[in-house]
Write a protein that binds this ligand. Sequence first.
Ligand code: GDP
Ligand code: MG
Length: 201
Amino acid sequence: MAHPKTERTLVIVKPDGIQRALIGEIMQRYERTGLKLVALKMLVPTESMIEAHYLLDSNWKKNVGGKAIASYMKKGETPPSSDPIEVANLVVARLKKYMTSGPVIAMVWEGAHAVELVRKITGGTEPRSAGIGTIRGDFVLDSYQMADSDDRAIRNLIHASGTIPEAEMEIPHWFTHGEVVNYHVPHEAILYDVDMKNILG
Ligand code: GDP
Ligand code: MG
């Protein structure tokens, strides 16, 4: 089995993150854990790239549709449909508008538990309820309530792969093999070497 330090995850700073001038802040939060940036690009995504991205995982529609229906019920409102797939189609249409509205920055971060750590630092999907200290909790204020009543995607600054299999599908969707760079940084010795034996002369 591959060493956990080789785990990789995809992060996208969404158009609102670029417009809010949060690129440096966001990258610093991942970088300071010891995770290593191994790929980076700015682009304006096309609608078909966004649609394909969200449909890579065949369960995503069912999950996101279910989550959206639950949020309508919690507000005491009737969901646009009781079928999670139909509701998810609505979310995809909103996401296509949101994610193609301006440039985004796509990146790949590598290191032990990269997927889980990046999700922890990023915080929950809805900024209103995302934890204090997370990027979505600290830097933005959107809610399902506002987003749904304005018929738009929830603006939460970042996309981050949810699971290792999701990351493994998403990375090649955004980067060619050659765009992801293999290299070392000195602090990896302190993070991962079994003995810290090169500190004292
Ligand atoms: P994430 O993994 O935390 O980003 O969340 P999901 O993969 O479940 O959803 C993808 C993106 O769709 C989210 O980041 C939001 O921008 C948007 N979104 C998801 N669920 C809803 C919803 O119920 N309502 C609205 N308006 N947007 C949603
Ligand atoms: Mg997701």
